[in-house]
Design a protein. Structure first.
Length: 450
């Protein structure tokens, strides 16, 4: 943190002192990602000046790493030459990612200055459905022919490497662009230059389709330890690759979305700081209204037993404890299951095994909590044994129901096509609250003859 502040202060001092040559050297020696982060911290009126001080060979890389808000500011301020230079140096997938977040006016300005081939590739990638593999792939991959020698392959790599996002894994394609195999630089280094690529390529290929879900593609890359994965169309023609940096971005976005869903917030693509207060309000209020309405069921249950509670007012004091404990127990189970589902560790066929395990855990947890609470009620609260029995019996049953509901709902949600994260803490808590009150009052009615 201190290091970053010192760097920003140094940059601002050099800017104010107009020591541009020294500042240019400072930026040249810095990591492009650190420079991009720095540009996000400088005042808006200094952003364009600082960007223009960047060495030309680093400018596009820095631009690709910047937040969309800063990119939009720069694009609006760029002259025609600067826009062309950025587009020429950016990888296609980075350009598409940028354009997707820009207003239509800015998009038109960008595409107007793109060369016809780049414009065509960008438009093709923009047509793929959101969250599909095609929407995050890049078309700048290294392709080889099976009848090439290793010497020919190295020559092609040397000639075109600057235009490719990844050269360490090469893809062997037929004249009709069908994917035939893959070969790495390591494979080529270990054989003679006269060896044919077709003789050393790996034909057992892990690939994905353009319309596959991007989260599943990222999971496959993690599962098989891949740095890139080929993306093919319906005819098995190679159309692009997804690289590990894009897979990490997808996983991060999906994890953020799950966390927001689990907290009953409609997911958003924008960072929190960049999201306006009214937009934040719109993302939260529908869920709060829904949960508020669903919570009225608990109020209706209490109202139904209001007259009976008048005879045993002491029972009212333990309602919050029972509801909170049930909600916590249900949340523990649901979070564990949601995480297991997201990692593909849990399938629908496992539901009965999971329910059995959670009921055993609930029995142990519920019994421990009930015994501890029974002692507390008798020793500290000085309540009658029969009252303590009602409260602790309810506690045991509530924990059992909560864990059963908490482990079952996410699995059932995924089975019918919903995001399991929806069935997280807020919904589980609301359901368990109502059930715990029904159990509480039913037990009290039978034991205390209310």
């Amino acid at each position: 943190m201190d290091e970053k502040m010192i760097e920003l202060e140094t940059v601002m001092e050099l800017l104010q002192g107009r020591h541009f040559a020294e500042l240019r050297e400072l930026l040249r020696d810095a990591n492009t990602i650190d420079v991009a982060q720095l540009l996000g911290e400088v005042p808006d009126d200094k952003l364009l000046l600082l960007y223009r001080l960047l060495p030309k060979e680093d400018a596009a890389d820095v631009f690709s790493e910047m937040e969309h808000e800063e990119q939009e500011m720069l694009i609006r301020a760029f002259n025609d030459r600067e826009i062309r230079e950025v587009l020429e140096e950016m990888y296609i997938d980075d350009a598409v990612d940028m354009i997707e977040e820009m207003p239509a006016v800015v998009v038109n300005k960008i595409l107007r200055h793109a060369d016809p081939e780049t414009r065509k590739e960008i438009n093709e990638l923009l047509q793929y459905p959101e969250d599909s593999a095609g929407s995050v792939m890049t078309t700048e991959y290294m392709s080889l022919k099976s009848d090439m020698t290793v010497a020919d392959a190295f020559e092609r790599i040397r000639r075109t490497a600057d235009e490719k996002e990844d050269i360490y894994t090469c893809y062997v394609v037929s004249p009709s662009r069908k994917l035939q195999g893959i070969v790495s630089l390591k494979d080529m280094f270990l054989v003679s230059k006269e060896t044919l690529i077709g003789d050393i390529m790996e034909t057992n290929i892990i690939s994905a389709n353009t319309l596959d879900d991007q989260e599943q593609v990222a999971k496959d890359m993690a599962k098989y330890n891949l740095t890139t994965i080929p993306i093919v169309d319906k005819e098995q023609r190679l159309v692009g690759i997804v690289t590990v940096d894009d897979a990490i971005d997808v996983i991060q976005e999906e994890n953020t979305e799950d966390i927001e869903m689990m907290a009953a917030i409609t997911p958003t693509d924008k960072p929190y700081i960049s999201t306006g207060f009214f937009e934040t309000y719109k993302k939260r209020i529908p869920w709060l209204l829904l949960l508020m309405i669903s919570a009225t069921f608990t109020g209706a249950i209490i109202t139904k037993y209001e007259s009976a509670l008048g005879k045993y007012v002491i029972l009212t004091a333990y309602i919050p404890m029972l509801m909170d404990t049930g909600g916590n127990a249900g949340s523990q189970a649901s979070v564990s299951i949601i995480r297991g589902l997201s990692l593909d560790e849990i399938e629908f066929k496992d539901i009965f095994r999971i329910q059995g395990k959670e009921l055993l855990v609930a029995l142990l947890c519920g019994t421990t909590l009930a015994i501890a609470n029974f002692v507390k009620l008798l020793v500290f609260d000085k309540v009658a044994v029969v009252i303590a029995l009602v409260v602790c019996s309810t506690l045991l049953l509530t924990v059992a129901v909560a864990k059963f509901v908490g482990c079952s709902l996410p699995i059932l949600a995924k089975r019918i096509g919903f995001d399991p994260a929806v069935m997280a803490s807020p919904f589980i808590t609301t359901i368990v609250d109502a059930i715990s009150l029904i159990i509480y009052f039913q037990l009290a009615s039978h034991i205390l003859h209310m």
